[in-house]
Ligand binder design. Structure first.
Ligand code: UN1
Length: 493
């Protein structure tokens, strides 16, 4: 059994609280280890270390900062298989997906290392003679990162790597369910030679450690991925303290299948984005908006393929659907299914805790498909975060887009059509931060901005160059080499 401890100011140490939480394998129920539960005081120590380290780090040339990131990328690449196995054991996603997720962190590390030689600002002409004007990116200070269990290394990479390359320090609270992969990521930073104090890992609950990070005056910005409920609270609290917050929250993502779609391709896209990661992606497909003329054929093909999906322990290469994260999640998903039945939706398959589950064993939910769902039903508008899909029938692209846009979230959407005009209209009108054409709702690549509209976020983006906007301030600089006082807007007009 492993004991997972904090990493504060370059030292691995358990919290003085003496408290631990068990880390369990969601596929087997086996206890993998225990994770230290920290106090507010430890957040304070982490922030002090971060503040001190950042004072020096901001002066290190960005290409030199990036050298450390290249080493992180290299180490993650070397350790990819080992990391993927740890990820699968504590989070449950199938091993092929876990490898993909580690790859996402590797890609992000190389990409952000490249930013060390870019971090582009602007040079622009001044309106006055003999005057030079430019705007440059400068670090914000100390970033507080609060990350979820569903993409425990990829999402942490989207946040910590741009923070560091831009010259910030980090205090990170990972999800309680996935502390082992978090420790491995931090170990890669340590082994790459990142100076102590720049990344601090503090394990514990949201109510103690998360709140302390949000409240601490030494933390300048918060980047959070998780539920809407927690995100709203963070936003209110951090807003009152005038801290920058970047929030990435829920989704209710839809795949639109038009009457001219390649149906086999649509089925592939739906299966992968709805039941991959057991539906526990912010980007998971949980609605299918199908043209009435292809709906029945689509249902028939989906049912045939769902029946062949293999559930089980994600370490088994032949398994396609792993467990959900814990018992509470299993019950919440089942609760939504009961609700769907009460609301009058028609259950086509699944709708039950799968036989692979047991009270002390894994937590598996049978891939579930509802049809004849009305857009306003709760199963069609609230985030379920499990393998549950609702089919809604429409007669036109306009109706499909309107239904897609009617929910409170706006993360990802997709359309299957062979008509280029329809595809472009959808790209224009779908109100989500990510749009796919002829692919499911998942599969975001790290060099593009990740995030969404409406209840999904608050206007910021993870990953891509856009993430630098979260971790930098703009500084506008004017250099007057005329040797005299020149008044802008006055002396020149
Ligand atoms: C998430 O669901 O929180 O596009 C992240 C995807 C992945 C990232 C998902 N690359 O599904």
């Amino acid at each position: 059994m492993k004991t997972i401890v904090n990493y504060i100011n370059g030292e691995w140490k358990a919290s003085s609280s003496g408290k631990f939480e068990a880390v369990r394998n969601p596929a087997t129920g086996e206890t993998l280890g225990e994770v230290t539960q920290s106090t507010k005081e430890e957040v304070d120590l982490a922030v002090q270390a971060a503040v001190a380290a950042q004072k020096l780090w901001r002066l290190v040339p960005a290409p030199e900062r990036a050298d450390v990131l290249y080493k992180v990328a290299h180490l993650l690449k070397e350790r990819k298989e080992e990391l993927a196995r740890i990820l699968t054991s504590e989070m449950g996603k199938v091993i092929a997906e876990a490898r993909g997720e580690v790859q996402e962190a590797i890609d992000m590390a190389y990409y952000m290392a490249g930013e060390g030689r870019r971090l582009f600002g602007d040079t622009v002409p001044s309106e006055l003679r003999d005057k030079f004007a430019m705007s440059i990116r400068v670090p914000v200070g100390v970033a507080g990162l609060i990350t979820p269990w569903n993409f425990p290394i990829a999402i942490a990479s989207w946040k910590s790597l741009p923070a560091l390359v831009a010259g910030n320090a980090v205090v990170w609270k990972p999800a309680t369910e996935t502390p082992m992969i978090a420790a491995e990521f931090v170990k890669a930073y340590e082994d790459a030679g990142l100076p102590k104090g720049l990344v601090n890992l503090v394990h514990g609950s949201g109510s103690v450690v998360g709140s302390a990070i949000v409240d601490h005056p030494g933390i300048d910005l918060i980047s959070f991925t998780g539920s809407n409920e927690v995100g709203k609270r963070i936003n209110e609290r951090a807003g009152a303290l005038l801290k920058r917050t970047s929030l990435e929250m829920g989704g209710k993502n839809a795949v639109i299948v038009m009457d001219d779609a390649d149906l086999e391709l649509a089925v592939d896209g739906i299966l992968w984005s709805a039941y991959g990661t057991s539906g526990q992606r912010c980007t998971a497909c949980s609605r299918v908006i199908a043209h009435a003329s292809v709906k029945e054929e689509l249902e028939r093909r989906l049912l045939e393929r769902i029946a062949r999906l293999k559930l089980g322990n994600g370490l088994d290469e032949s398994v396609q659907v792993g467990p959900v994260i814990n018992r509470a999640s299993l019950e919440r998903i089942d609760g939504y299914v009961r609700l769907g039945l009460e609301e009058g939706a028609k259950l086509l398959c699944g709708g039950r805790i799968a036989a692979e589950s047991g009270p002390e064993e894994g937590h598996f939910y049978a891939p579930t498909l509802f049809t004849d769902v009305q857009p306003e039903m709760r199963i069609a508008s609230e985030e379920i975060f499990g393998p549950v899909v609702s089919i809604i029938s429409v007669h036109s692209l306009e109706d499909a887009v309107a239904i897609n846009n009617a929910v409170a979230f706006g993360l990802s959407s997709s359309i299957f059509t062979r008509d280029i005009n329809r595809a472009y209209r959808a790209m224009r009108d779908l109100d989500t931060g990510i749009v796919y054409v002829n692919a499911g709702t998942t599969g975001a690549e790290i060099h593009l901005p990740f995030g969404g509209t409406k209840g999904t976020g608050n206007g910021h983006r993870d990953s891509g160059v856009a993430s630098l906007d979260v971790y930098t301030e703009w500084k506008s600089i004017y250099v007057d080499y005329s040797g005299k006082l020149q008044r802008a807007q006055i002396d020149n007009y």
